[in-house]
Design a protein around this ligand. Structure first.
Ligand SMILES: [Zn+2]
Ligand SMILES: [Zn+2]
Length: 416
């Protein structure tokens, strides 16, 4: 243990966790800091890190507590704190609160504008994101790399192909900002999702920098959506060279082969994974109930609530089946019988977290779940139906964007 703990050493530790993908630990440490409470009051630096952790976890209730603390201690005059607050609300699915915090701040820097643009982007409000981007320029603030990343991402989530292309072209011409691999990846994603794979490939071929894993990954992702085996093989070949230990790429390729009913190839890819000792990241979802985060792994028999939740998921699925739900067992990449596949699909972490939310929250309260990977097709259909028949608003943030389920439909328009 550190002999003397002061606000600087606490903040450094919390920032270290928050910036290294360990938000759970960051929040825990912050709690310890507040509890210990001997004169080490959190300052603005601490606040930014803790807000980042809340944003990563979509821990809205804890984020709100921090907001109150920030106001009481007068930290709301500090721009980075305000930007972190806007981002936190956006990533926790409370866009209107983020907008309000943004509006209250009179002088705004590019970071604050970016926070709002990306908030609208991940919720699929592409036009709104573009509008704010333009407002920023009208206010005399020059867009940065990050601004373009956010606004292009917003176009991609909303399927705004022409708008995205125009913005991309304006980068160098009008703003002197040279695209990085991230911007190219956004464009490939935008075109790829819209099934304009030829144009996407052309972008990759004509890049003025080396297309890294980001760009090839975006291309491979597009191939999954449109089941293009040939292009997928090309993209994954490059990815295997660039990131030999990233299991996700192999899984994605296997997924594409499975969609194309090429089971021998699925087997080959899996064998390769096994031989290299690589393991895919397992699906994990979490939900905040009364300021406490509850985390679920797929088919999580270790979770103390598992039996109760699984029984509910099973009951729900039986009811949904009567209403037309057909489990998408094809998302399971194993050759098992359908019953076994169905058991796996019903045990997906996002279903467990949603069911836990249904049990532990009041009717009328929206359910907010966060998932570490992309939401699968089956869970998407399942949650759409639940939102209708349980009459619940359900928000799920996956690794790419927000899905806002209401009355049987999703805000992504089934395009994600
Ligand atoms: Zn699923
Ligand atoms: Zn959706």
């Amino acid at each position: 243990k550190m002999p003397v703990r002061n606000v600087v050493s606490w903040s450094a530790m919390i920032a270290c966790y928050a910036n290294n993908g360990r938000p759970f630990e960051a929040l825990e440490l912050f709690r310890d800091m507040v509890l210990e409470n001997n004169d080490s009051f959190p300052n603005s630096v601490t606040m930014v890190s803790v807000l980042q952790a809340c944003a990563a976890l979509a821990a809205l209730e804890q984020g709100k507590v921090l907001h109150g603390f920030i106001l009481r201690r007068g930290l709301d005059s500090i721009l980075p704190v305000i930007s972190a607050l806007v981002t936190m609300y956006g990533r926790c699915g409370k866009l209107e609160m983020g907008q309000r915090v943004f509006d209250q701040k009179k002088e705004k820097d590019v970071v604050l504008w970016n926070s709002l643009i990306s908030s609208y982007g991940i919720h699929g409000f592409g036009h709104k994101a573009i509008q704010i981007f333009e407002e920023m320029i009208d206010n005399g603030v020059s867009p940065s790399h990050v601004s373009f990343g956010s606004v292009l991402g917003a176009c991609s989530h909303a399927g705004l192909v022409e708008e995205g292309k125009m913005l991309f072209e304006s980068m160098v011409k009008e703003h002197g900002v040279y695209p990085t691999a991230h911007h190219y990846a956004c464009m490939v994603d935008l075109l790829g999702r819209a099934n304009r794979l030829e144009e996407a490939t052309k972008i990759v071929e004509e890049m003025r920098i080396e297309p890294g894993p980001l760009v090839w990954g975006a291309l491979l992702g597009s191939c999954r959506i449109h089941c293009n085996v040939e292009l997928a093989e090309r993209a994954s070949q490059r990815l295997f060279e660039l990131e030999p230990t990233n299991a996700g790429n192999y899984v994605l390729l296997a997924d594409i082969y499975a969609q194309a009913d090429m089971w021998r190839e699925v087997k080959r890819v899996k064998k390769f994974l096994k031989a290299r000792g690589l393991q895919k990241v397992s699906g994990r979802s979490w939900i905040e109930i009364e300021r406490k985060l509850h985390s679920f792994m797929s088919v999580d028999e270790f979770n103390p609530h598992y039996e109760q939740i699984h029984a509910l998921v099973f009951k729900l699925s039986t009811e949904m089946k009567e209403k037309g739900y057909v489990p998408r067992t094809d998302v399971v990449l194993y050759r098992l019988d359908d019953e076994e596949k169905e058991r796996i699909v019903l045990g997906h972490s996002e279903k467990l977290a949603v069911a836990f939310g249904l049990i532990n929250s009041n009717h009328g309260e929206p359910i907010r779940v966060t998932k570490n990977l992309r939401l699968c097709e089956d869970c998407h259909t399942f949650v759409k139906l639940i939102s209708k028949f349980a009459e619940r608003e359900i928000l799920i943030r996956d690794v790419n964007r927000y899905h806002h389920f209401q009355n049987g439909a999703c805000s992504c328009g089934d395009y994600w």
